[in-house]
Design a protein around this ligand. Structure first.
Ligand SMILES: [Zn+2]
Length: 320
């Protein structure tokens, strides 16, 4: 039923109920001059599962969240499919990582959606990386070096402490887009932040044995995690980010291994495992798969079990 018919019947019904003295007031209400029901949920288009989960934690039943990717997809390489464009068309808020993570597909999806609300620079476009102290910003930018990101390393979600500032900013943005529910977004954020604060303290305690431990990484996916837990990256299997290493490069890593004595080689679950397995077998160290995001492993089901599982897998790797 369209809105004017809706209003017509509502007005008719109301005037039956409030005949006489109340009729004028009822008609006033039925015309929509007072908010009679809560506004529909804010439609959020998140590029990756971690931002979908964060929006859900903060927004609760005030938001309807869609994640453009799943845990085992490489977030650097997503196709700007028509189904994504269709989703973006009705979104009121895009929540992206930024720092060029989605540069290969999101600008196309946003542009093709024709949705003025979610264009870059509008309140309906949010980039998490803007609220984080970025690591690994290159001094010299040269695309010949692979997927090098001008704004620094985009994989900010691997340090849960980054979720405080991102979450606070996201709550403020939701409040800006949906002022009647501003208090609910602030409360949602405060509740999430309190639980996260307790969890971070617990993870840091559990992860204490990882401090100073030398590791190899397959992709530069974890500088924020390493910075958080004090892991020491002594080598990266990908000489160029996002480019599969050659066996000669891997052999070089194994040859250095004696001097570096890395305790494990880690990779994000979405990546092919052959390079880290190859090095792990020859260097006789464990190859550790980390979830990287929600859904990366069966155990990583939300923003809390994501880091539970990450810490648990690293500690298991340390045991050899
Ligand atoms: Zn990357």
């Amino acid at each position: 039923m369209n809105r004017s018919l809706d209003r017509f019947f509502a007005a008719a019904f109301a005037s039956l109920l409030f005949r006489g003295a109340c009729a004028a007031v009822a008609a006033f209400l039925a015309l929509g001059l007072f908010p009679l029901s809560a506004a529909a949920a804010v439609e959020v288009f998140a590029t990756v599962p971690e931002w979908a989960a964060l929006a859900q934690e903060i927004g609760g039943d005030k938001v309807r969240v869609y994640s453009a990717t799943q845990g085992l997809q490489d977030p650097h390489r997503i196709d700007a499919k028509p189904s994504l464009i269709a989703r973006a068309r009705s979104a009121q808020l895009v929540v992206a990582t930024g720092a060029e993570l989605e540069i290969g597909w999101l600008p196309v999806v946003v542009r093709e959606s024709g949705n003025a609300r979610i264009q870059s620079g509008q309140p309906g476009y949010f980039e998490a990386a803007r609220y984080v102290a970025m690591l690994e910003a290159p001094a010299v930018l040269d695309r010949a070096h692979g997927d090098v990101h001008a704004g620094g390393n985009p994989h900010v979600q691997t340090d849960p402490r980054n979720l405080f500032r991102i979450g606070e900013a996201l709550a403020a943005r939701l409040a800006e887009l949906d002022p009647p529910n501003a208090a609910a977004y602030q409360a949602g954020y405060r509740n999430f932040a309190a639980r996260l604060r307790a969890a971070v303290a617990r993870w840091e305690k559990e992860a204490a044995p990882l401090r100073g431990v030398p590791i190899l990484v397959q992709h530069k996916a974890f500088p924020y995690l390493q910075n958080w837990l004090g892991l020491k990256e002594v080598g990266c299997l990908e000489a160029k980010p996002g480019v599969e290493p050659s066996s000669a490069q891997l052999a070089g890593i194994v040859a250095q291994q004696a001097a570096q004595s890395a305790k494990m080689v880690i990779r994000p679950a979405y990546q092919y495992d052959a390079p880290s397995r190859w090095v792990a077998e020859r260097a006789r160290i464990p190859a550790v798969t980390l979830p990287f995001t929600i859904g990366g492993t069966p155990e990583a089901k939300d923003l809390f079990s994501l880091y539970d599982d990450t810490v648990r897998r690293l500690l298991k790797g340390l045991q050899g």
